[in-house]
Design a protein around this ligand. Sequence first.
Ligand code: NAD
Length: 492
Amino acid sequence: MTSIPTPSFLSDPHKQHFIDGQWCGGDSGARVDTFNPADGQRLATLARGNHADVDRAVTAARRAFEGPWSRFNPAQRQQVIMRFAELFEKHFEELALLESLDMGSPLHTRLRPAKNGAVQNLLYYGSQARNISGETIPNSLPGNVTSMIIKAPVGVVGGVLAWNGPMFAQLNVIGPALATGCTVVLKPAEDASLAVLRTAELLMEAGLPPGVVNVVTGLGSEAGEALCSHGDVNRIAFTGSTATGRAIIRASAGNMKRLQLELGGKSPDIVFADADLDKAVPGVAMGVFNNTGQICFAGTRIFVQRAIEDEFVERLATFSRTLKVGDPLAKDTRLGPVISQRQLDQVLGYVEVGAREGAKLVAGGQRLGGELANGYFIEPTVFASVDNSMTIAREEIFGPVASVIPFDTIEEALALANATDYGLGSGVWSSNVTTVNRMMHGIQAGTVWVNCYGLLDAAVGFGGFKHSGYGWKGGPSQTEGFLYQKAVYINA
Ligand code: NAD
């Protein structure tokens, strides 16, 4: 293992909430530990937020919303976002190191390559600040009545984040909130909060008034629940599991919060016999194994046309064995650990269930020992001869486990791909435009990648069908979600 550098942000590992522009201790004094999943060692402790802490943060956010932040015009909001983008870029290495230590994502092969996309994401949201407009609408009313639609920011937004990439996920809450004039209380996941806490300092440096972005750390069942049920929060932007999404729908009912729910997936990646396998094999493999399978849109159900099944399975298994699993800070590591012992147990449990239900294990499946024994490392795992009804093909594993399922016809592939409660990502690998056309219209999922997998752009956006949630992350429709619209009639 590389000797672990200590980022200056961790020189004091007892982190506090960030409320109203400053660090502050929690109401109860209780703490929650956060661990480095590569060695199982405690990395830092976080304030364990409760109702009182959330209330304090929401009050600060409301004060900033109605006070200093409301006096920023769109051009000034854009300037703050642009300054934040510059600072995010300048401090990217530090944030990426924190994220890598906190959640195990490979620093060199995953986090660093995402730098430009993250900065572009912020530049897009900066542009959105200047793109909010209303409409004058001709009407059928008697007299001289002018009618129009104008827009107003919804107010205080609660951002509840998953642990699988908070450094990037937070931008999809902060960006649209700042663009529209909203304020934010973020509740990062208890397993990975550090990059989000450090980012709060950068936002202040960018010129945000205190209280515009606040961070309350702690458990979902405490701080998360308090935020989602708070009567003065107007919108929740949530990234996490479908089960938690359901709890949030219930918790939000009290004051009719608007919701953006980015939930789980069990995405199909479909390889036709006419695909270019030199591209499809690594593309499909990294569609599952990227971030050690801990990606909501991971293409875990790999449908392969029977004519190429044997060749594809062999090449996929061979490719997966070439992927280096290990120290997230090492240059050539492609897969880091999974986030926690709990996640490791869950993934290994699914491997066992897959074998028990009759799937054929053709690669991986083992926890790694030796110098990696203290971390939560597991080999990239490939099951062949999977049936779409098996547990490993139905439930979200959230680990590096691929299931290959054969099919014969295009209609069968479509039916199998859609036979899931989820509808987040999907992939199609084919050189036939008619096949591609049929699939892109027929697949019930928020994104269809054709001859590629996992490309994202904030201007296009991302979202789910069915149990994968609702709302859209990025694009103009997300901006609209952070705005109320108001009809105005002027009788002149
Ligand atoms: P999770 O649902 O357990 O937790 C997500 C967040 O919700 C955490 O901050 C947690 O503390 C909080 N939380 C938990 N219970 C809560 C409650 N009752 N009220 C309010 N907040 C609560 O999910 P996770 O394990 O952190 O992340 C993995 C899941 O996230 C997977 O299902 C994955 O597919 C999904 N995900 C979806 C997207 C997307 O864009 N669709 C992106 C990333 C992750």
